[in-house]
Design a protein around this ligand. Structure first.
Ligand code: PMP
Length: 454
């Protein structure tokens, strides 16, 4: 047991656990659940109601000043968020002056430190400077942006592509631009927060938003059957769900959508570079390239940079390009990011062994965790979630791993349903066996200490 837990007292631990659980409840709302609840909120069209003030004038900052929970959790030494990384070599990072194995990054192919990717970014800064100083629409389009769009459209087999400055903005912009008044967006309850953000804007503009149970095609059919057949509709889903790593039942979803003449959009942030032919993602994994109408992705994972994109038929891209507020009113991707993505795409295409390697690494970890008795969520992606099942235990586990030199992501409710609190581990093509073996060894030690495994 680490010094941090020395003098361990079970009763005090339990007391702390209860305190901590109530401290955390509803506090760390950084994924979709809270957002999806908001969908049920009042339509923006209704007039604002006067809030009761008890005669005291309210300040919009009141809630901020009353928010002390993060500090309380910090004081308990358990706060796992916003850890500053001082150096980053891919599989190994330096945090608080210590080398830590990174098993919680989305750098799936390990390209953020690849010499060709770094050099491409450096050369782009030399040629174009550090920023574009404007949106794509006006002064912020470089020849590099057009080059990357052409390459991605070709790679994913669609007519055209449009870059956004982040994946988040891509979802926000595409959904709210395409689904308008009287039209429907049909969305999985566990879709990413950026999809939720897009649906909220749609809702605010009098579009209709309906949700179906997570990856449940029967429920999707039920929901679709209630949407008027004549109304235009878009079904949106994550390809790989980011926390659990599970893959959408795309054949079922596409069949259900086509039956009701709905268009289909897949967010493949975690699928591209990992699944499908040559890393073409979830849609290719199922051979449904011609059936899915829009594929969006991010450059913050496999592509080792920052930005987002959507591919579709030319008329759709042309429409989004001239109507999406998230594109028109936001500065374009920086030259360094675009050049890094072009280099990363070239490496993805020329070094397919990286894809094999990331699968080999994730499979090794899945088998390793399972053989030690951990409950993992089975899958075939680079994400390997280890279920802990309790908020405090998840944080304690996280802290013990961190002390022992392993970084993963602690995911508690409401980001996951109660009982499914987990440590989200994820792997890179560049992890070596020595890194992975150390992760397994530390997990086993901590798992036994905390009674998660025998
Ligand atoms: N979609 C999914 C499924 C994601 O996981 C993310 C990022 N975590 C995004 C969209 C947003 O991408 P970005 O980081 O480029 O904003």
């Amino acid at each position: 047991m680490s010094p941090w837990l020395s003098g361990f007292n079970a009763a005090a631990w339990k007391r702390g656990m209860n305190q901590f659980a109530s401290a955390m409840r509803g506090r760390f709302t950084w994924r979709t659940r809270w957002d999806t609840e908001t969908i049920e909120a009042e339509p923006l069209t209704e007039p604002a109601r006067e809030q009761p003030t008890d005669g005291v004038e309210k300040d919009i900052f009141d809630k901020c000043r009353a928010f002390t929970r993060a500090d309380e959790v910090r004081a308990m030494g358990l706060y796992p968020y916003f850890k500053p990384i001082e150096e980053n070599d891919g599989p190994v990072v330096v945090i608080e002056g210590r080398k830590i194995i990174m098993a919680g990054s989305n750098n799936y192919l390990g390209l953020t430190t690849h010499p060709k990717v770094k050099e491409a970014a450096i050369q782009a800064v030399k040629k174009y400077g550090t920023g574009c100083s404007g949106s794509r629409y006006l002064n912020g389009t470089l020849d590099l942006h057009n080059d990357l769009e052409a390459r991605l459209a070709e790679f994913l087999g669609k007519e055209a592509c449009l870059l956004f400055s982040t994946g988040y903005q891509t979802n926000q912009g595409v959904i709210s631009t395409l689904v308008q008044k009287g039209e429907y967006v049909v969305t999985d309850k566990e879709n990413h927060a950026s999809i939720v953000a897009g649906t909220l804007i749609t809702k605010g503009m009098q579009g209709e938003v309906v949700r179906y149970k997570h990856n449940d095609i029967r429920d999707l059919k039920r929901v679709l059957s209630r949407v008027p057949l004549k109304s235009a509709k878009l079904v949106v889903t994550d390809g790989v769900f980011s926390m659990s790593g599970d893959i959408v039942d795309l054949p079922g979803l596409v069949a259900a959508a086509k039956k009701r003449s709905a268009r289909v959009m897949v967010d493949d942030a975690h699928g591209i570079g990992v699944l499908g032919k040559g890393g073409r993602g979830t849609v290719s994994h199922f051979g449904l390239d011609d059936e899915v109408d829009l594929i969006m992705g991010t450059f913050s994972k496999t592509f080792a940079a920052l930005g987002g994109f959507v591919v579709a038929e030319r008329s759709v891209i042309e429409y989004i390009k001239h109507h999406a507020s998230a594109l028109i009113f936001s500065a374009s991707m920086t030259p360094a990011s675009v050049a890094a993505v072009i280099a990363a795409l070239e490496i993805l295409q020329s070094e397919p062994e990286r894809i094999e390697r990331v699968h080999r690494n994730a499979d090794k970890m899945r088998k390793g965790f399972a053989s030690m008795g951990f409950r993992i969520i089975p899958g075939e992606t680079a994400v390997v979630p280890v279920v802990i099942g309790d908020d405090l235990k998840t944080f304690l586990f996280w802290r013990e791993l961190f002390e022992a030199g392993v970084f993963v992501n602690a995911v508690i409710s409401p980001a996951v349903p109660p009982g499914l609190q987990l440590l989200r581990t994820s792997y890179m093509a560049t992890h070596e066996d020595e890194h992975l073996d150390q992760v397994l060894e530390v997990f086993q030690k901590v798992g036994r200490e905390l009674g998660v495994i025998n």
